[in-house]
Write a protein of this length. Sequence first.
Length: 235
Amino acid sequence: MKHFIIFLLFLSAYANAQYNENNFSIGLNFVYTTDARIFLNPNSPNPVERNSSFGLSDIINPGINFRYKLFDEVLLGLNLEYMKSTATGMNEKVISNGIRRDINVEDGFEIIPIELSIYYILPFSTEKFKFLMGGGLGYYYGSMIRKFGDAEVSNAKRDFAYGVQVAIDMDYLLSDNIAIKGEMKFRDPQISVKSMYNKQQYNYNGKIVKLTRQEFDSQIDVNGITFVLGTIFYF
């Protein structure tokens, strides 16, 4: 067992010789998240309404990642992204010609994830292939999007979300200064938002409709698996 541990340490030191020459890197990323949900009435006393949600899927966004080598096998990472996704659904109630009915609206979100991570280069990495496991804290700033007719919605209040994220990463070195990466990440930010309409009546499909509420609560839950493809530049 002792000899096996020594062998792993030797292998890790050899495999990370390339990292010893480059303390800093910047990665430009293509980010894909499988799905997310928006809870449309999270504060309702009715459990059915409280758990009612609207799904979004196949979320694609850009990202940038900075890494700094703290030790031979340990890297400090900072990840920044811009996420935006919308879809349509029968998510709002209005009164039209004295009749209360549901209408089709475009709902979605904008989120800026800021994540600080520690990565460990795994011992079975090679000179070309680097396998990393990492994790850390995430800070998520988000807002609700809602569009229909000539309606305008503003975010009256939003809570910043904090959470833990874990990632598995593989880098393939094309040269001394360039690599391509693949990453799988698990995270679950939940952002609570209070939104407000700027008026009570709107033009919807050529008809004047009246809203049944002036403001509404929602909760954005990005609970899907995240996959990342990127290019890394070492300095």
